[in-house]
Write a protein that binds this ligand. Sequence first.
Ligand SMILES: Nc1ncnc2c1ncn2[C@@H]1O[C@H](COP(=O)(O)OP(=O)(O)O)[C@@H](O)[C@H]1O
Ligand SMILES: [Mg+2]
Length: 269
Amino acid sequence: MTNQKALIKITQLSKVYQNVNTGSNSKGLSQNPSEDKSSNNGKTQALNNINLTINQGDYLAIQGPSGGGKSTLLSIIGLLDNASSGDYYLSDVCVSKLSATQMAKVRNREIGFIFQDFNLIGDMTVSQNVELPLIYRGVKKAERKAKVAEVLKRVNMSERAEHLPNQLSGGQQQRVAVARALVGKPTLLLADEPTGNLDSTNGDSVMQLLSELNQQGVTICMVTHDSRYAHFAKNTLNLFDGKVVSNVSTNDEQISPKQAIPSAMILGA
Ligand SMILES: Nc1ncnc2c1ncn2[C@@H]1O[C@H](COP(=O)(O)OP(=O)(O)O)[C@@H](O)[C@H]1O
Ligand SMILES: [Mg+2]
């Protein structure tokens, strides 16, 4: 454990929103700006001095009550949003200091996203949805086709390659979204409430898939409100009012948070 390589290192990271009347995060991950508990003077402290390390191969679940800062943290880790202060290193690069264009490049290359509502494009087939990130990257057609076929096989959706999203169950749509997130071989897979819109059978199958991917070496960071699903992860980070209140190894729950920090460390919160 101790010789694992840190993929993400976040130190003293804070996020303060200047409240405006729109009430929604432009990037779409934060869904409940009305439920803020630390808002004053038109400002909301969504994250307060977060220290966190995620190692390669980890599977971290982020949990906590609504409004605690989970989506904000995931947006910052996914380079969809900037922190107000603190440092964020991804693969030893201080990404918090990059320009917006450089950030977009790193995001495109290193990060795959899965959202609660799948975000598939309705008039494109499964194959076309999964192919899209490769088109953005300028990958040649033959290589795209091969990669799409490979990743659809991996999520067990090859037979549905020519279907449209509305011809699939929610669980199948989320598997396609996982394929789209994985097709570019990202360093990190981020998921915000990936089972939030699924019944328990479909939710279980998506969680099973994420576990398998993690066993194959994919690093995963997932926000979930469902503690049953947090148990699929190797570590669970609990956020409350923008602060880390615990960070425990899921397999080692008898150990107190301060001792059980093999990979995602509390550095002083
Ligand atoms: N765009 C925004 N503008 C202002 N406040 C926001 C915005 N997005 C989130 N917040 C506030 O930041 C806090 C954390 O929100 P969020 O990260 O969405 O929490 P969670 O995902 O844990 O429910 C909440 O108090 C929320 O109201
Ligand atoms: Mg959220």
